[in-house]
Design a protein around this ligand. Structure first.
Ligand code: BGC
Length: 741
């Protein structure tokens, strides 16, 4: 797709529709005591066909250079992603849609709305702390509402099965339990503001190369245990009002007209009651899209035709799309609007009143929780109070921290520290104005801190050689619409090696949206993965480097040694990508092939030590696990205890799966007991419509990463089979949480 920057602030004013909060005989659906489904039904009954058509077709809300003659309709929020007019006659407000997962974004313009950016989704996933994800979601949802939006296009949960995917930074990592739990928690937080969140991009949109055309091949059973399971869990945890279908094709069929994925898996099997909206430019038909499960065409000007306006009307008249289907589409949209509070709690155009200081604190806590200390040789960190001369090299660390690019771009308060990179979408490459150097200086007033930008390696090496400790900041921009390289760009590997040669006390701080190669790893003393750390990223990094914050992030993705270890030597460039690894994404692939990663999934160091003990597992019909975690070191810290299971007789896509985790905060010497019940799907194999647990012996393993699991026990599980269809399992509400025992 050809998205470029917007042309400037739209002068069109919003025309927020007055909604009547009170039920009247003419508007019985305004009775809040009625169930959302009933309310939606009543509105649909009162609607004309044209009104229904209004609800199912959206507009791009920005005048953009790549759409020369396009004028957004009245009522949009300027320079935002989308707009769906309401039905004023019936008190149904418009849907004002904005990106996305890290905050309230703005399409590129000279006058963006300035909002609080969270760290990247991958950083939030690295916290392994659903409460933090929920708080972060609540924060961005509050800013969305305060900015006049009632639909946040957040909730990216595509599995990071392709290490180099340019949007991994927006997602929740490579494991379905971790990604689904974290992204689901964020959605829950967003929707606590009585707005709708999506979950996206459904499904298997795991690379950006050729994203609008590539066809994904994966065996159905394997998809159900990997990418689809991440969506299923996120939907259960977060209960989003909407699902955004993806650009790519699956088995040759586009995501937004994929009967199997939309009608079969999502709506029938999982019982999803909300609506499916298309990604921007992802619709290719009228009858196929409508009949196969798409409920709303987003930003119709992105597609070859406004498929859900006149063409849909014509298709209904011709009988190729049943009238009842249009009712269903409208009903689903209205259900979400009622269920999530969009109708009862209308948004105002821009009420403002954002407590930026409080919101920045939320963003900072998220960043601090997600920074991963990968290597710390000889206790080079935390920074010694005795350090007098500190060198900071590269990465624009004197002024700010990098963010990921594309539609999710949030513009910071007071302007960016730097905007570079492409002049068109997915640019700019934006640095948030939170300087690691200044934040470090504030925490180490005794030290003389000098900065070299790294352009002149010799000068930087001289500075490094004269310093007590060296921090090299390495950045790798990633963004929507392309897949970045696995190796660091622009000679940064050579720069790091030169710094390490000049001073063995060199610590590398990475700002990346995915795993990168580290050919210099043995030569440096320390490595910190800070991801794209958001509005207060510089503060968060300095807090971790100095020990003010004890690092507690854990890798949500495997860091490979080389691309040779990956299932695919390079990002697929052809018309098809064949996920031959099936459900064995990430660490599962490494376990299956016996490859040794550079840093395993789940890895992350602390300034203290934790002991895991007392593992008890009770099997039978279900699996319950308990254990204790003790802080055996000298400082307070947060641990992420991880539980994996392996069937003794094999039969899974890989030797083991993550089945549970818990983040705990412990004072030195303190301990706590953790009890977990395992989601039975994580013990089962999906087989043609059913989940099946094979009876027999299973090893339960506890530890600090997928490759550090010293505490083990064995349980016996009873065989069990249950339908993957929620409707087959009786009580729908309960079944949506967990299959009944
Ligand atoms: C992205 C979506 C986004 C939409 C609206 C698309 O390019 O894939 O994630 O929500 O644009 O900006």
């Amino acid at each position: 797709m050809n998205r470029t920057h917007g042309l400037g602030l739209s002068l069109l004013l919003s025309t927020a529709l007055a909604t009547t909060a009170l039920a009247t005989p003419a508007r019985p659906w305004m009775n809040r005591k009625l169930a959302p489904a009933r309310r939606a039904e009543l509105v649909v009954k009162a609607m004309t066909q044209d009104e229904k058509l209004t609800l199912v077709s959206g507009y791009f809300a920005t005048a953009a250079a790549f759409q020369k003659d396009y004028v957004p309709p009245q009522g949009v929020r300027p320079n935002s992603a989308g707009y769906v007019p309401g039905v004023a006659r019936l008190g149904i407000p418009p849907q004002w849609e904005t990106d996305a997962g890290i905050g309230v974004a703005t399409q590129r313009t000279a006058t963006p709305r300035e909002r609080t950016a969270l760290p990247s989704g991958l950083a939030t996933a690295a916290t392994w702390d659903p409460k933090l994800a929920e708080a972060s979601g609540a924060m961005i949802g509050a800013e969305a509402r305060a900015s006049g939006f009632n639909v946040l296009l957040a909730g990216g949960v595509n599995l990071a099965r392709e290490t180099r995917n340019g949007r991994n930074f927006e997602y929740g990592g490579e494991d379905p339990l971790l990604a689904g739990t974290m992204v689901g928690a964020q959605i829950k937080g967003i929707q606590s503001n009585r707005i709708i969140s999506t979950v996206k991009h459904y499904a298997l949109n795991d690379q950006e190369t050729g994203r609008t055309t590539v066809s994904v091949k994966i065996a159905e059973d394997q998809a159900r245990m990997s990418d689809l399971l991440a969506f299923e869990i996120a939907i259960e945890v977060g209960d989003p009002g909407s699902v955004m279908c993806s650009y790519n094709r699956v088995d040759g069929v586009y995501g937004c007209e994929n009967d199997h994925l939309l009608n079969g898996v999502l709506k029938r099997d999982w019982g999803f009651k909300g609506y499916v909206m298309s990604d921007w430019g992802a619709v290719h038909s009228t009858a196929d899209a409508a009949n196969h499960g798409l409920d709303q065409q987003s930003a119709a000007s992105f597609d070859a035709a406004p498929y859900f306006r006149d063409p849909l009307k014509a298709a209904i008249a011709a009988g190729t799309v049943p009238k009842a289907r249009l009712d269903d589409m409208a009903r689903r949209i209205l259900w979400a609007m009622f269920a999530k509070g969009v109708v009862d709690h209308p948004v105002a155009e821009a009420p403002g009143g954002i407590d930026f200081a409080a919101h920045e604190a939320v963003s900072r806590a998220d960043a601090e929780g997600g920074i991963v200390l990968l290597k710390n040789a000889g206790g080079v960190l935390p920074l010694a109070a005795s350090a007098r001369k500190i060198a900071i090299i590269g990465g624009h660390a004197d002024i700010g921290v990098l963010s990921g690019g594309g539609s999710s771009q949030v513009y910071p308060r007071g302007g960016a520290a730097l905007m570079t990179g492409p002049g068109v979408f997915p640019g700019p490459e934006l640095y948030n104005p939170s300087s690691p150097m200044k934040a470090l200086q504030a925490r180490a007033p005794q030290a003389q801190i000098k900065y070299a930008d790294g352009q002149d390696t010799e000068a930087a090496a001289k500075l490094a050689g004269e310093s007590d400790v060296v921090f090299v900041f390495a950045t790798q921009w990633s963004a929507e619409a392309f897949d970045p390289a696995f190796t660091l760009r622009q000679g940064q590997d050579a720069l790091i090696a030169a710094m390490a040669k000049a001073n063995p006390k060199t610590v590398v701080v990475l700002e990346t949206g995915h795993a990168v190669a580290m050919p210099w790893l043995d030569q440096v003393a320390g490595v910190v993965e800070a991801w794209f750390p958001g509005a207060k990223g510089g503060e968060a990094i300095a807090a971790v480097l100095t020990g003010e914050v004890n690092p507690s992030g854990r890798l949500p993705v495997t860091f490979p040694k080389s691309e040779d270890q990956l299932p695919h030597r390079e990002t697929a460039r052809g018309a098809e990508v064949d996920y031959t690894e099936g459900a064995a994404a990430g660490y599962k692939w490494f376990d299956r092939t016996g490859a040794e990663p550079l840093f395993p999934f789940g890895h992350g160091l602390s300034y203290t030590r934790f002991d895991h003990a007392g593992l008890k597992a009770v099997g039978g019909d279900k699996l319950s696990v308990s254990f204790t975690v003790k802080n055996t070191g000298k400082v307070r810290g947060r641990d992420v205890a991880q539980v994996y299971v392996s069937p003794k007789s094999g039969g899974w896509e890989a030797p083991k799966r993550l089945v549970g985790f818990r983040k705990v905060d412990l004072a030195p010497g303190a301990s706590t007991t953790v009890a977990l019940t395992v989601d039975p799907r994580l013990l089962a194999v999906y087989d043609g419509g059913s989940w099946k647990i094979a009876g027999g012996a299973y090893e339960v393993m506890l530890g600090a990463s997928s490759r550090d699991l010293p505490v083990r026990t064995t349980v016996t599980l009873k065989p069990r089979i249950w339908s993957a269809r929620v409707a087959d399992r009786g009580d729908l509400a309960k079944a949506r949480q967990l299959p009944p025992p």
